[in-house]
Design a protein around this ligand. Structure first.
Ligand SMILES: Nc1ncnc2c1ncn2[C@@H]1O[C@H](COP(=O)(O)OP(=O)(O)OP(=O)(O)O)[C@@H](O)[C@H]1O
Length: 605
């Protein structure tokens, strides 16, 4: 419960709506409890008119408004009295219904506003967290928090609060009326209700546990099916259809068993609830009936009590569900709090310094270990890149090349040593300013489910002109292919759109970086899926585009078309060779060997 105090700020935010909602709940119940009193009164009047009926002289206590109503109608003749009472009961029901409607309109709508605010809060927090956080949390888990957990907390901020206020006010009002009329009868007929509430609470917990299990099995089944569809080519080529089918059948069987178990529990739940409610009504009729035989003047009260018991049934059954909604919401809020209290490991500098960053990048004795795997990706790494220099970074797979780029963009901070740009430590530069000034083409291409042109313009704050988009695409050697798509630049790509080849995606990703037009550019192995001819075309274009910019090109290949000021060879997180193309050839090491292999291949092809 303590966990839920985090959402109370929202109740304060929507305090007017919240207070009006509570008033509506109370009003709807107030009109509801007037009806049994009038019914009791009219039943007494009917009893008096029956052959052998006795006049009722009891000093029944009525609500103030009901007393005034009785004073007004008791002068009327019998038929008119019954008619007016019936119309009044109908009007009270309508009033109750109206206030119930506005109560839902205020409290449930408030909970939807809170849900919206919470989703925004969670989403905004996701945006602030660092790359390390996303590596150590499963995407499914993160999605669950923003969808499932927020929905469960909404159930607390809306329905649970509404049912709770409803049941407290209705039970309170009914009890006041019942106790003031007959204390003993009240205690007897109300006695099964706590038992009903406790039973429902425990059954609800069981149902919840079972449905959680069914939910998780369903999610396994869906993942299983989804992997079978997306990996269909691997499954078929390895002739594993039967094995996959067996796996699916096992998952499916576990799901079936648990779903049937849940259905059985639910099948017992509703009839037993009705039975317990029926018991209360039966008790009222039985004991009240005996009392009415001894004293016919009590008939009105008995009828009133039967109505109260029926009225109380729903709120009492709701006690159990409200308790379990609150429990679930508390568990979900705990998960949300854990995450909302996670401080981003990478914090932006508290400075407004926005002096242009154009080069002079220095890695000074930098070491970095990935905390989740313990892999030391960079070891005492030192490198100086002057403004305007073009640097080629080569090395075997896993040698630490991408880590270098990620440290420069501050996805992570080094464990030891410093990285500076223009003499300023990265940690002293506002994060947004740093990233705005660097264009990065990552190794893993990601295209959003949007049009080609919007994917290219993604990093810009204002909509660029068509010409600017075309220019970026031309420089990335993808313009003609985009024009060849059915809807050209308006073609949808990503999950919902057309299937682009790996090389096409890489080039759209390059165009996205080029259109940003910053002073520092990093290309991380972004030509791996492009054929040699297109690769040459892009490299040639880069030669012109890069101009005076500082550029780092990470790759597995040597590009002789572009003249690099420095070529760096990394091995196991440290520099093993460094110099110009000519210097490294003269060294006769890794670079020379790679150059030799590449030249031989090019000659053969
Ligand atoms: N997010 C990560 N979490 C944990 N370990 C990582 C992570 N990223 C990379 N590593 C490890 O750090 C080492 C350096 O990886 P890095 O990606 O920098 O190499 P690379 O030279 O860019 O490789 P490639 O050429 O294959 O892209 C590798 O051993 C890799 O397994």
């Amino acid at each position: 419960m303590k966990q839920l105090s985090t959402v109370h700020k929202y109740f304060w935010k929507y305090r007017y709506r919240f207070s009006i909602g509570i008033i509506f709940v109370v009003l709807s119940n107030y009109f509801a409890v007037l009806a049994p009193e009038i019914t009791g009164y009219v039943v007494n009047k009917v009893q008096e008119h029956l052959p052998g009926g006795k006049p009722v002289h009891g000093k029944e206590s009525y609500n103030g408004i009901v007393m005034l109503f009785i004073k007004w109608v008791q002068q009327m003749d019998f038929a008119k009295l019954v008619l007016i009472c019936s119309i009044t009961i109908l009007v009270l029901a309508l009033l109750r219904g109206f206030f119930m409607f506005v109560m839902r309109q205020t409290l449930i709508v408030m909970s939807r506003h809170i849900e919206y605010d919470m989703k925004n809060e969670v989403y905004t927090h996701y945006q602030k967290l660092d790359a390390g956080f996303f590596k150590s949390h499963r995407t499914g888990d993160l999605m669950n928090r923003i969808a499932e957990d927020v929905s469960r907390v909404r159930m607390y901020t809306g329905p649970a609060i509404m049912y709770f206020v409803n049941l407290v006010s209705l039970i309170g009002m009914c009890m006041v009326n019942m106790f003031s009329k007959d204390l003993n009868l009240s205690l007897i007929v109300l006695s099964p209700l706590p038992l009903l509430a406790i039973t429902i609470y425990f059954v609800n917990i069981t149902i919840h546990r079972k449905s959680e299990r069914v939910q998780s099995l369903l999610s396994d089944l869906t993942t299983n099916a989804q992997e079978s569809y997306s990996g269909v080519r691997v499954i078929k080529s390895f002739v594993q259809e039967n094995a996959m089918l067996r796996f699916f059948k096992n998952n499916s069987e576990a799901y079936r068993k648990n779903a049937v178990g849940l259905a059985k529990t639910e099948a017992i739940y509703f009839p037993s609830m009705t039975l317990l409610v029926g018991l209360s009504t039966l008790l009222t009729i039985f004991i009240g009936g005996k009392m009415a035989i001894d004293d016919p003047q009590k008939v009105g009260i008995i009828v009133e009590f039967v109505i109260y018991i029926n009225m109380l049934t729903w709120p009492v059954t709701a006690i159990g569900s409200v308790a379990s909604i609150i429990q679930r919401a508390a568990a979900s809020q705990k998960r949300l709090n854990e995450f909302l209290h996670t401080e981003p490991a990478i914090k932006s500098a508290d400075s407004k310094d926005e002096t242009p960053l154009s080069g002079n990048i220095v890695f000074d004795n930098v070491s970095f270990t990935y905390f989740n795997t313990g892999i030391k990706a960079l070891k005492n790494f030192s490198l100086s890149i002057k403004e305007g220099e073009k640097v080629l970074i080569l090395g075997r797979t896993g040698s630490g090349k991408s880590t270098l780029a990620q440290l420069l963009l501050r996805f992570y901070d080094p464990d030891e040593g410093n990285i500076t740009i223009g003499g300023k430590d990265l940690r002293a530069i506002p994060l947004q300013h740093l990233r705005d000034n660097i264009s990065f083409v990552p190794q893993d291409v990601f295209l959003f489910s949007d049009t080609v042109s919007r994917n290219i313009a993604f990093g810009l704050t204002t909509d660029p002109s068509e010409e600017k988009i075309y220019k970026a695409a031309q420089n990335a050697a993808i313009h003609n292919e985009i024009n060849g798509l059915q809807n050209g630049y308006a073609t949808m790509v990503g999950e919902r759109g057309v299937t682009l080849s790996g090389g096409q995606k890489q080039r759209i990703s390059i165009a996205r970086a080029l259109i940003k037009d910053p002073d520092i550019m990093i290309f991380d192995d972004c030509l791996s899926a492009v054929d040699a001819k297109t690769e040459n075309q892009i490299i040639n274009n880069l030669y012109t585009i890069l101009g005076k910019r500082t550029a780092i090109l990470i790759t597995h290949r040597i590009f002789t078309v572009l003249k690099f000021d420095q070529v760096i060879i990394i091995e196991d997180g440290s520099i093993i060779e460094q110099g110009t193309h000519e210097e490294l050839l003269a060294l006769n090491g890794y670079y020379a060997e790679l150059y030799q292999i590449q030249t031989n291949q090019e000659t053969i092809s």
